[in-house]
Ligand binder design. Structure first.
Ligand code: SME
Length: 156
């Protein structure tokens, strides 16, 4: 049930490092990060960013079906992960109280919040049309992806 081998994960992270190298623009980097994750990880139907504006997460670059534009902090998986400032792995979205349906195909999800310059800045979200698609390996991979994204954006 794993997404990929450890070698695949290393390859994805190397490719991402190269894509982001020398580019600090947060939107350009989010667009390429979402596109790479969506292209490389099998069995996803959505991969993308929400950025925090005040108390609301606002949709950023993504791949997949059109999605909800605004998610209040504390709402849904994204808003809950952001409010708690911790990753949330949802094996079955129907079992997550308050899950926000953007694409009815989504059955499992991981949301990783990230800080830029020490401040909560947004979340990285991936969805799968398979229940139980994600485990600890995918969580670690997505957290590493978010860390590389943050590192690139923090370079002045
Ligand atoms: N399911 C998310 C909403 C975002 S989409 O999955 C793209 C949530 O409950 O926050």
């Amino acid at each position: 049930m794993t997404a990929s081998s450890a070698q695949d994960d290393d390859d994805l992270l190397s490719e991402l490092r190269a894509l982001l190298a020398g580019e600090p623009d947060p939107i350009a980097n989010a667009a390429n990060t979402a596109a790479l994750v969506f292209a490389r990880l099998p069995r996803l139907n959505w991969a993308g960013f929400y950025f925090l504006q005040g108390e609301t997460l606002v949709l950023g670059p993504f791949q997949g079906q059109p999605a909800c534009t605004r998610i209040p902090l504390g709402r849904g998986v994204c808003g809950t992960a952001a409010a708690r400032q911790e990753t949330i792995l949802v094996p079955d979205v129907h079992a997550f109280p308050g899950h926000i349906v953007c694409d009815t195909a989504s059955l499992s999800e991981i949301v990783v919040p990230f800080n830029v310059a020490g401040k909560l800045s947004g979340v990285l979200d991936i969805d799968s049309p398979e229940a139980n698609r994600f485990g600890a390996a995918e969580q670690a991979l997505l957290e590493a992806v978010a860390a590389l994204y943050v590192e690139a954006c923090e370079v002045a």
